[in-house]
Each structure stands twice: as structure tokens, then as C-alpha cells.
Design a protein around this ligand. Structure first.
Ligand code: ADP
Ligand code: MG
Length: 335
């Protein structure tokens, strides 16, 4: 079935079921000119938006609608997680080319609704339009937090310990497997592809870090460690020393790197789209907070380095001396 058969309003009606997971504060969801909802008293509003464009961020024939919907929301939830806030409402705008089936769009919404339900996020509206060629999905997420809890990129201080919440490089490897159409459904390769297709938003972990009292800055790793840590360094006017061998690498990534002859540490450093959080914590509190984190999430916070006053990002590899690096992550306009 195509959009032509049921029209814009028919589609919206089809998609609007199962969009509300927390109803009590929603006065109007999908169906009027604007959504109306109440916000927790005493908390500030956070708004983030991220767009996924066919042939730029994804290939329609290399992903499922479900995964695409899941990821479109996940990358937005990751931004809210990196601020240490809670995600509450989402808005989805979609530009649909004629050759895209209604079933594919419904799958997109299934993926989004599944993830939204896990994190208690309502889908409260959006916009629908046609497109000449490419499918475009734009998501807006509204979050909430007490003003004094929010984690900014600009708060890192000399001496802070730098941690990340999960392994790096898996998404890059998954993307390599998908783009090069490398077949093989071994568990490690499936795991890497999933890391790329359906990334985990670290919302609960972000909230924990924002509340722990010792975290000074945070960012989610969307473009790559050097690039994203670079944003913290620039905005906080500090430097960093990273011990490359401490960067967490998954067993899946090690298997992948052996197979394709990549250096796993360098591969992980330059990888993007892992959506793990990078957080800097005051040294005197770091150990205690990392222990509490481990206890709470049954996963460690990985210590990978420290904030310095050098105004540079130094990467120390075990096999050689220090390397000063310039950000190598993804930039849409620099290629
Ligand atoms: P208007 O013409 O006033 O912009 P629309 O027809 O675009 O109204 O939207 C009608 C309702 O459907 C609104 O509540 C809007 O938020 C919702 N909506 C439209 N497109 C989408 C979509 N792709 N996903 C979710 N909600 C949508
Ligand atoms: Mg509209």
C-alpha cells in the first residue's frame, strides 16, 4: 500500500495508536493543531532534534523500517542522556517518497514506539509531507531536569577523571559490514551490526551521573571519541590525556579487527555513532561514583584518561610515545 491510497490523514490515523505511554499530564496529543502537555513543576525544559536523511545517514535497502525508527529516536534520546536529563515527549516529522510503502512507515513507527515505551516517552505529534526521492525522518525530543543537575560540555575541570559508559568502535565496524555487504551471520558480526542499527541510549546512566554530585561535564559519542571529547575540551578550555589501551573494546570488535586486519584501538578511537556517554568526574569523587555506578548498572564505568591544562588532546598508545591528535570524527561539511 502506498501513501496515495490512504492519504496523509489516513496515515496519521494509522500511526497514532500506541503513542501515549504516560497519559496523565497530556492534555492533547496527536490530532489538533498543536500538542498540549504539562511539564514537571520546578524542572527546566530541554529540547533536542536530530534528522536522518536517506543516502546520508542510512540506505533504505540496508535497514528495516523498525531499525530505522528505533535509531531515529535513539540518537535523540542519547542527546538528552548526555545532558543528564529525562526524556518525556517526542515529535516526528517525516518526508515520504512515493516509492516508500505504508508498511515500511508503520515499521518505522513500531521501532519508535518500542523504544519510546522502554523509556516512558510519549509520541505527541509531528508533520507528514511527500518527498521527491529520499526518505527523511526528523525527531524532536523534549526532556526535563532540575536546573542544577544538568551536565554541560563546558564544565570539565583540570584533574577530572574521564570515563565512558561502554565500548567504542562497534558501530563503525557494524557500518563497515553493512556498507560492504559482508555476509555472515556469526554472533559477533550480528552484534556489531546491531550496535550500528539499534544503538542503546544511556538515559538511566546519564541521569545517575547527573545526580551523583561529582560529574562536571558530559557528551555522547556520536562523531567519534577525539571529535566529541574535542568539544568538551574546547568548551571547557582544558586539555585531556587519554590512555588508549584503557579504551573499552568489545570481544566482537577484537574478532572483527583480527579478521580485517585493523588495529582495534585506533579503529575504536576514530569510530562514531556508538552513543556511549563520555563523562568527566572530579578526581576526589571518581572512585566512589564509579563503584556506585557499577553496583547500580552491573556494568563498569570505564576510566580512560584525565583532564589536563595542556589545551591539547594527547593520546598515549602502549606501543609508542604520545600522539597529539586532531579530531578525526565525522563532519558533514569537511570530507
Ligand atoms: P497541520 O496541518 O495543522 O500542521 P497536520 O495535519 O500536519 O496539522 O497534523 C495533524 C496532527 O497529526 C497533529 O497533531 C500533528 O502533530 C500530527 N502528525 C502529523 N504528522 C505526524 C507524524 N508523522 N507523526 C506523528 N504525528 C503526526
Ligand atoms: Mg502539519
Amino acid at each position: 500500500m502506498n501513501l496515495k491510497d490512504i492519504g496523509e490523514f489516513g496515515l496519521i490515523k494509522k500511526l497514532s495508536g500506541g503513542c501515549l505511554v504516560r497519559k496523565n499530564h497530556v492534555i492533547k496529543g496527536i490530532g489538533d493543531d498543536a500538542a498540549v502537555f504539562a511539564h514537571p513543576a520546578g524542572e527546566v525544559v530541554l529540547v533536542t532534534t536530530d534528522m536522518m536523511v536517506e543516502r546520508v545517514h542510512f540506505l533504505r535497502n540496508a535497514t528495516s523500517g523498525y531499525n530505522l525508527g528505533y535509531k531515529s529516536l535513539a540518537v535523540n534520546l542519547s542527546d538528552i542522556a548526555a545532558m543528564g536529563a529525562s526524556a518525556r515527549e517526542a515529535f516526528i516529522s517525516i518526508a515520504i517518497p512515493e516509492n516508500c510503502s505504508i508498511e515500511f512507515i508503520e515499521d518505522i513507527y513500531d521501532g519508535m514506539k518500542q523504544l519510546a515505551a522502554i523509556f516512558n516517552v510519549n509520541l505527541l505529534g509531528g508533520d507528514t509531507t511527500g518527498s521527491q526521492r529520499d526518505l527523511v525522518i526528523n525527531v524532536v525530543v523534549v526532556g526535563s531536569a532540575p536546573k542544577e543537575e544538568i551536565l554541560y560540555r563546558s564544565g570539565a575541570k583540570k584533574g577530572d577523571v574521564i570515563f565512558c559508559t561502554g565500548s567504542l568502535g562497534d558501530s563503525r565496524a557494524g557500518s563497515h559490514l553493512i556498507l560492504n555487504e559482508i555476509k555472515g551471520d556469526s554472533e559477533p558480526f550480528k552484534g556489531l551490526k546491531n550496535a550500528h542499527l539499534i544503538p542503546k541510549p544511556y538515559l538511566r546512566e546519564g541521569k545517575f551521573l547527573a545526580r551523583c554530585g561529582g560529574a562536571n561535564s558530559a557528551i555522547d559519542i556520536s562523531d567519534g571519541l577525539s571529535s566529541d571529547l574535542g568539544h568538551i575540551l574546547e568548551q571547557s578550555r582544558v586539555g585531556a590525556h587519554i590512555y588508549a589501551e584503557k579504551i573499552p573494546l568489545s570481544e566482537n570488535l577484537k574478532i572483527f579487527c583480527r579478521r580485517f586486519n585493523f588495529d582495534p584501538v585506533r579503529y575504536a578511537v576514530a569510530g562514531g555513532e556508538d552513543y556511549t556517554l563520555l563523562v568527566t568526574i572530579a578526581r576526589d569523587q571518581a572512585k566512589k561514583i564509579a563503584e556506585k555506578y557499577h553496583e547500580t548498572f552491573k556494568n563498569p564505568l570505564f576510566e580512560i584518561g584525565e583532564i589536563t591544562d595542556s589545551n591539547q588532546l594527547e593520546l598515549e598508545f602502549s606501543d609508542e610515545k604520545k600522539e597529539m591528535i586532531t579530531p578525526t570524527g565525522w563532519d558533514h561539511f569537511k570530507k
